[in-house]
Design a protein around this ligand. Sequence first.
Ligand SMILES: *[C@@H]1O[C@H](CO)[C@@H](O)[C@H](O)[C@H]1NC(C)=O
Ligand SMILES: *[C@@H]1O[C@H](CO)[C@@H](O)[C@H](O)[C@H]1NC(C)=O
Length: 236
Amino acid sequence: MYPLFRHRVLITILLGIIFLFTFWPTNKQLNRPLYVTSPINKGAKTNTEPGPNIDAIRSTIITDVSGNQKEYLNSKGYITFLSIFKKQHQAMLKNLIRSADIAVANTSVYSVILKPQLPPSNDPHDYMSLSRYFWPDPTKSDGLPYINKDGYSNPEFFAVTDYVLLRKMFKDVLDMGFAYFFTRNETYVKKSMYRIKEWFLDEKTKMNPNLNYAGLRKGDAMGLHTGVLDFHQVFR
Ligand SMILES: *[C@@H]1O[C@H](CO)[C@@H](O)[C@H](O)[C@H]1NC(C)=O
Ligand SMILES: *[C@@H]1O[C@H](CO)[C@@H](O)[C@H](O)[C@H]1NC(C)=O
């Protein structure tokens, strides 16, 4: 039993050494420019411009029986690639958890009833947003109805808080949803449910299920058809 075992160890080491000698990049390979040969048309002119030598250590050039050279990512390349990928993933996760924790910690109310002006229905539970590119008409004493100045965003748009809070609610729920996916921490689920109930269901804070006053042009009785775009983030 014991000598057989030793045998296997020796054979494994030997195979390992052969493997290393076969695949270890030699100096010749490292300094060799990466030529590109068209595998389709072998008679085509070869591009003799030097390739990215700096990366040669991460790739191995293999020439096939027809003399075509191909560049392969070697094990060193894979390890580099994976470590970069892992670092990016960790940084992404850290940012995500930070955003989700901020969303959990926020105790403010997110609701349509907080807007400082009422929609034409006079019901604060109706969602309202202003049409962004509409401005007071200077030829009218009250400026109504507003006129279009395409491309010029009216800052009044942000005074009606529904639009901003709706987006904040969507973003918080999205961040907390992903944070739960990666951490399985139930706190994120509870707060997401709290936010969704607060926005859509709770008697005191709910939004009525309509977008009648989304994209409202001041002076009109109803919002514009483009107002439905306020909700496009629900598809995320
Ligand atoms: C879950 O997340 C909350 C909110 O960020 C945090 O306070 C809590 O410590 C986390 N729980 C666990 C078990 O990690
Ligand atoms: C909580 O969210 C509200 C609405 O977006 C925001 O105005 C407020 O600054 C946030 N609070 C904190 C502590 O981040």
